[in-house]
Design a binder for this molecule. Structure first.
Ligand code: PBG
Length: 333
């Protein structure tokens, strides 16, 4: 055939493919989410094989392992005991609470590891919502923000490097930025859950923390988060959220979930010059685990391809439960 253009020339050998490869995943791209609880043992999460609720000693070992593998940032999620959960989630700003205690300990043991936190009421609220719920089942925006500011400050005082507002209340990024600056924490960054969708992919996470919306005899509790998390049908709205977060002082813009929202990652990466993060959420992790445990897919290849897809879409950072395994596989390569 008389062909001038033969794209296959650049696919001919691995050396050539490497030369023209546009994207690469590395362990420094990962932010490793870790669940913690008040117990003295580690406990596997049934819907997330290979992922645990850690006790403090186990956590320190796991974070050291992650560091050795090249991971440079973790994010902590607490499973709070039921008797500490209240309607206002006040435990979230208890200076002696699980999160501040754990940050202090980690910073003593492994100060170089960057620590990101999550800001939202759900793990601490007996209603299981990210914000305050009134008698009529309305999630109260501005009243919630007062609590989130306290939560963020408590985390900052304990030594967090990045605050991660995941609550989707309007105006929370600027409120948190102002509170941090006011106390002198001008160097602590905000990795904002910018485009966080009301997604069914968070199911396993909510079992891990026992943080799903729950019934309350005294008032109506919405059984979903659709009045604050975004509608999965919308994409332009993500640009509005990104513009706001950027203007309000976010340092990194996150899209969550990741895999079903690659178009949004791509859109925000064209829109903004801030680093974009993708959250490869619990349900995405569990689907790959389940299929690979059945022997239906090759876990390593599927995980690495999935992580690469976030980079190709335009993300720099990836929050992923696969972080340690993936880092190990990348080392072997
Ligand atoms: C809390 C929060 C959630 C996740 C991260 N922070 C759950 C939710 O919004 O209901 C989900 C993470 C995952 O599924 O891996 N606001």
């Amino acid at each position: 055939m008389d062909l001038i253009l033969r794209p296959r020339r650049l696919r001919r050998a691995e050396a050539i493919r490497q030369m023209v490869r546009e994207n690469k995943v590395s362990p420094e791209d990962f932010i490793y989410p870790l669940f913690i609880h008040e117990k003295d043992y580690k406990e596997e999460i049934s819907a997330m094989p290979g992922i645990f609720r850690w006790n403090i000693d186990g956590l320190i070992e796991e974070v050291l392992r992650a560091w050795e593998l090249g991971i440079r940032c973790i994010v902590l999620f607490p499973k709070i005991d039921d008797d500490l959960k209240t309607e206002d989630g006040a435990e979230c700003f208890n200076e002696a609470g699980l999160i501040p205690k754990t940050i202090i300990k980690l910073k003593q043991e492994i100060p170089e590891m960057a620590i990101m936190t999550d800001v939202a009421l759900d793990p601490y609220s007996c209603d299981g919502h990210d914000g305050l719920v009134d008698e009529n089942g309305i999630i109260l925006n501005d009243e919630t923000i007062d609590l989130l500011k306290k939560q963020a400050l408590t985390q900052a005082r304990a030594g967090a490097d990045f605050i991660g507002p995941s609550d989707m209340m309007d105006g929370r990024v600027s409120a948190i930025r102002n509170s941090l600056d006011h106390e002198g924490f001008t160097d602590i960054g905000i990795i904002s859950y910018t485009a966080k969708y009301a997604s069914a992919y968070y199911g396993p996470f909510r079992t891990a923390l026992d943080s799903a919306p729950r019934k309350n005899n005294k008032k109506l509790i919405p059984d979903n988060k659709s009045t604050y998390q975004m509608d999965p049908a919308n994409s332009k709205e993500a640009v509005i959220e990104a513009a706001l977060d950027q203007y309000e002082g976010a340092d990194v813009l996150m899209v969550k979930p990741g895999l079903a929202y690659l178009d949004i990652i791509n859109k925000l990466s064209s829109f903004s010059n801030k680093p974009i993060a993708a959250y490869n959420v619990s349900g995405e992790y569990s689907m790959i685990k389940a299929a690979s445990m059945q022997g239906w897919i090759d876990e390593k290849d599927v995980v690495l391809e999935t992580l690469l897809s976030f980079k190709r879409a335009g993300a720099k950072l990836i929050l992923t439960y696969h972080a340690c395994e993936a880092a190990r596989w990348l080392k072997e390569k």
